[in-house]
Design a protein around this ligand. Sequence first.
Ligand SMILES: [Fe+2]
Length: 409
Amino acid sequence: MRSFRFYLLLCLLGANGWAEELPATLILTWEKDPCRSMTALWLRGPGLGETPRKDLPEVIQWKKVGEGSWQPAATESSPFPDPDKMGKPRWTLVKARWDRLEPGGEYLFKIGSSPEAKFCTAPQNIGSGVTFVEGGDIDIADSSFKMMVLGARQNPLFMSLGGDLAYGDGHDIKREIAFWKQWRQAAIAPDGRLIPLVPGIGNHEVKGGYVQEGATFEEMKARAPFFYAWFGGLYRQAEPVALDFGDYLSMLLLDSGHVLPIASQTGWLKENLEKRKAVPWVFASWHVSTYPSFRKWKDQKEIVQTREEWVPVLEQSGVAAVFTHHEHNLQRVESEGQTGRKIPVLGNGAMGVEARPQNCPESKALTKAFAQSDYLNVIQLRPKGVIVRSLGPEGEELDRVDLPLRAKP
Ligand SMILES: [Fe+2]
């Protein structure tokens, strides 16, 4: 009888080993050079698998596709913020980082006895072309999942989400977990590759939504605990982030007054655009729309400030386009060109939320396209130009714009 019980236990353990899946909240993202690094993040704890211990850490194995033996990778774990539990974390954040990878490389990894997962680093050169997907204002609805899946089906190198992701407002951990579970299920390319996320912050990542008068960076980060727990390895300093993809693409990720004051970023923007004069495709992205579509121009101080602080700098630069969000519909405008050339501003964030009407007379005058619809942008970079297609929930093309390659300085 005892030996039968032992046999049963072995069978159960064996069955459990077979059943081990990739973590339900697994996210791939970049903290460093997208051509040479990758970071994987996931939660453990109630409902999400056993919490790793110092004497029993998570075991990762990885290798380059086509190469022989698996190698171990170290993980780090830390308590995941749990504001509603008054600082008593229920979940643990686990992180694995790879660097010194090869540009344009295909890699496999396993977590414990999970199936193999695949990721790709960014190529060093544009080659025949690179595609990425962009959107924002997502939520945890069925419509949000549908839009994430639509994005993944475009087989993008990465998806850039410009804020208002889970609508957890810096405290709702259940919402946060539900969002990343959806992302894990959706962000899979047609060939099974996991799609990395380029994250941006919005008001719904932050308690109170916006910078508090006189608050320090550390104090403001504490008001956006989930965002900085996940993505503090990218957003390390009290300034925006520039992610450079080889010699062909740069993403400038700004903060429209959520943790960093808007005016504090203007000098950084100027300097970082200047540094990237030779990069053919530079995009800036932030959350609050500078050319609102539902609100009016004077309805929110961040609308006014981003226009006054950043538009003149951008109009005098070679930026290809700006992505904005927060208004929950599709609206493409061109800036007024009062301080330089007119720049395309592609907004305004609706990737699963209920779409709102266009109510803004000032922006209407600058509008090139509008749809009261969820949408995402598919940006196809080609050696001689960019095509941006805005797709609605059924994959229908709501807007399309060609951005010509600008003359080299
Ligand atoms: Fe927002």
